[in-house]
Ligand binder design. Structure first.
Ligand code: TXA
Ligand code: MG
Length: 342
């Protein structure tokens, strides 16, 4: 049986016993376990049905030095530039929605990193996550608290819908304020930064701070891409039809009921432009009243979940107009992955 609690102490007790607990973070809910306890980590993979090739992010307490004191990461081959960039990023964006992939020490179990020589680290900003980390005293390995390949949870009820009966406890900390997962970057030994997953920290914030470009993961020669960034991910059970732009040709939805998930309310002109291809009924689900990317990111997974549970036959969304800035990268990325099944 899976229970929901608001008691941090209760969650800490279960974590200490070696069982996983779903915890709130500012991005999405995570399914947390002691990062040093391989049996607890194995339970996380099992509950999510996550393949063992997809590594977990290790979450650290706000005052932890484990990212640089030699306990979890081995920075011995880092150049001065690499160290300087790492320190600047940690200083500017932790706690927050940034995950940094660094060379690991033997102390980090291979199960956590799927055998990779690098570990992904993040300091979450959610005060409840930080209270849990402060009380347990160990780092928490935590993937998003959904079954593998499904929509990430941004409320405790979403976790229940995903993992009921598979985990003992969900710690409720309210809805997540960012709504999309952290931005994942890797720092190479020579200081080059590559972006492995767009997320809750806008990429411009990183480039503005460091004054350097971000390499796409595929071009980072000595780094494998994030194994978890599979093309098909965040999959709703209903097909999601993603249009490239508002002016894209309208597919034939004549006999269908459609749920429309857009960043801002759709205009009357655009709805009219479907002409004879229009569905029999529309359910409108704007993610923000004015297209605000922060609000849209916060609502994205809830919106997908709600439309998926509604009586529509097909979900429809439209990619934002380029150039993309801020959280639009992350929103577009999640929509693209969710739409692969159409
Ligand atoms: O915001 C977040 O990042 C949330 C919260 C709970 O912190 N966590 C999250 O975890 O989204 P997950 O497991 O759903 O996604 C982690 C991503 C995956 O794409 C995974 O492949 C990548 O991070 N990753 C983890 N460890 C890695 C490593 N050692 N090297 C490369 N990529 C790694
Ligand atoms: Mg995930």
């Amino acid at each position: 049986m899976t229970r929901i609690t608001r008691s941090v102490e209760e969650a800490v007790e279960v974590l200490r016993q070696g069982d996983p607990v779903a915890i709130p973070t500012e991005t999405v809910y995570g399914l947390a376990a002691n990062a040093f306890d391989e049996r607890a980590i194995a339970k996380v993979f099992a509950a999510k049905e996550r393949p063992s090739f997809d590594p977990l992010i290790v979450h650290l307490a706000i005052d932890s030095d484990a990212w640089q004191d030699g306990s979890l990461t081995d920075l011995s081959r880092f150049t001065a530039l690499a160290r300087q960039r790492l320190e600047a990023l940690a200083q500017a964006f932790w706690p927050g929605p940034l995950t940094i992939v660094l060379p690991k020490t033997a102390r980090v179990p291979d199960l956590v990193t799927s055998g990779l020589p690098r570990v992904a680290l993040r300091k979450p900003a959610h005060p409840v996550a930080q209270r849990v980390l402060a009380l347990t005293g160990f780092p928490l390995a935590a993937p998003s608290a959904n079954r593998f390949g499904r929509i990430s949870p941004t409320e405790s009820s979403h976790v229940m819908a995903e993992l009921e009966g598979r985990i003992p406890l969900i710690l409720d900390g309210g809805p997540c304020s960012v709504g999309v997962e952290s931005t994942v970057i890797a720092i190479a030994e020579d200081g080059r930064i590559s972006i492995l997953r767009p997320g809750g920290l806008a990429p411009e914030k990183i480039t503005d701070l460091l004054g350097c470009k971000l390499e796409p993961a595929a071009q980072a020669k000595d780094l494998s891409a994030s194994p978890g960034t599979l093309e098909s991910h965040y999959a709703p059970t209903k097909p999601l039809l993603l249009l490239d732009s508002e002016s894209a040709a309208k597919p034939d939805l004549r006999s269908k009921r459609a749920g429309l998930l857009t960043l801002a309310p759709a205009s009357r002109e655009w709805i009219a432009s479907w002409g004879p291809n229009a569905p029999t009924a529309w359910t409108f689900h704007p993610l923000s009243s004015n297209g605000d990317p922060h609000e849209a990111a916060r609502e994205l997974f809830r919106g997908l979940r709600e439309l998926d549970a509604s009586d529509c036959d097909v979900m429809v969304s439209v990619l934002p107009t380029t150039p993309w800035t801020g959280l639009i990268h992350a929103i577009a990325d999640r929509l693209q992955r969710a739409s692969k099944r159409y």
